[in-house]
Structures are given as structure tokens and as C-alpha cells.
Design a protein around this ligand. Sequence first.
Ligand code: SAM
Length: 254
Amino acid sequence: MGRSGPEVRDIYYRRAKEEGWRARSAFKLLQIDEEVNLFENVERCIDLCAAPGSWSQVVSKRVWASSNKKDRVKIVSVDIQDMAPIDGVVQIKGDITKESTVEEIVKSLGGEQVQLILCDGASDVTGLHDMDEYIQSGLLLSALNVAMRLLEPGGTFLAKFFKGRHAFLTHAQFRVFFSSVQFIKPTSSRSHSMESFIVCERFKLPIGYALKSQALLEEPGEKRTLGGDGLALFVQSGDLSGFDEILGLESNDS
Ligand SMILES: C[S@@+](CC[C@H](N)C(=O)[O-])C[C@H]1O[C@@H](n2cnc3c(N)ncnc32)[C@H](O)[C@@H]1O
């Protein structure tokens, strides 16, 4: 994708100001869209961890402003911080790791599912790679939890991801739910940062996969069971050595 680094970062910062985007992050979404055509046939979208709102601005422009059936368009943006209003976007102030926030999202969509879920969530970076990867994976897991509830079959999920040494495991886990999973690092993302984006297309719940609310968010160390189809629950972080332990636990088909 060409050059990246501080020099380019300034270019994106300046361009964001000139073009009216609230943050230079807008270019990350625009560049990923150039590669995978995110907005095709999208009428409903959830933007998680959306403040200050540049991704929501992009969605508003691509999905709401360009639609001739605006009454059918639903865009819901969520963040723990306040955001200034954006045309065609419903905003929810809430923590995406909380079930109460997920319930609010469900309510604002009036029970409808969406074709696209975005999550650019980030906590303060500690500089400790393993720690940052762990914290980030918590947000990713919460975003996936929303997708399990609200993404239409065939839908697309895009989330920020700190690509560390467990990336292969995350890839394998997401492949359980999506036919296509890839990592993309747009040029507007700083080359020296771990930041990357996981782009998952063609959502499909495995046959017999029983979804229970917050099933994905069980704390490490809690008793885990296998789904009736034998699928292990999602592992937030760590390595595969825990699988022996998981497989030794009871099956929930009794
Ligand atoms: C990099 S910014 C998002 C930028 C945004 N995509 C844009 O283009 O303007 C990360 C956001 O994640 C939000 N965030 C972090 N943890 C969160 C949580 N648990 N629930 C909701 N938002 C969260 C932060 O408040 C912050 O606004």
C-alpha cells in the first residue's frame, strides 16, 4: 500500500482537517473499504467505540447520504465518551463490554440485524505489547459478542486488532464464524504500531451453535463447557495449552 510512518501521518492529519473528518482514522476505514468494498448493499450498520466519530462520518456519507431510501437506513454508534451529532446516526453512550449497552443497541435497532459491524476500540496503550494485546482482545471479544447477536448471516465484521504472536489463534477462532478472515494494515496506520484490522466476511453461525447471552464473555478460570456441537468456547487470549483442560470438562448436551 506504499509509504507509511510519521511523514505520511502528518499528511493524513492535514487532509482530515481539510476534508472535515473528525479524526485521521477516517482514512483507515476509507482505505480498507477500497480493498474490500465494505459498504456494498449495507443499509444498517453498528459502529462500536466510535468517538470522536470519523468512522461514523464515513458510514453516514456512504450509507445514509447516498441512499434514496433513507427511512430504511439505520446507523448506531456507541462509545463511552460523548460524541457530537452526525446526520443519520443514532448515538448511544455506553461501555461495549456491558450487557446493558448491548441491550440498548438491540432496542435502537428495533430488533433488526445489521449487515456491517465496525469496532475501532482502543484503550490507553501501556507500551507492554502482551498487555496491550490482551486488553485489546477484550474489546474485540465484546465486539464479536455484539456481532453474534446482531450481525445478519452473510454480514461483515471489521475491528481494530493488535497483531501479536497470537494472531494465528484469533484468525482460527474467527474462521469458525466467518467464511473469510484477513488482517489488513492500511497505509494511514503507523507502520511501527501493532495496530492492524481484522476483516471478517460472510458471517455464519456454525450449525447447532447455541448462542446464549454473553456466552463469549465468560471470565478465564470460569467453568467452561463445550457447545452441543462440540465447539470450544472462544478463548480470549493465551495459547492452546488450555484446550486439554477445556476438553476434560463436561459437555453441556447432558
Ligand atoms: C481510536 S478511538 C475511535 C476513533 C473512531 N473510530 C473515529 O474514527 O473517530 C477509540 C475509542 O474507543 C473507545 N472505547 C474504549 N473502550 C471502550 C468501551 N469499553 N466501550 C465503548 N467505547 C470504548 C474510546 O472511548 C475511544 O473513543
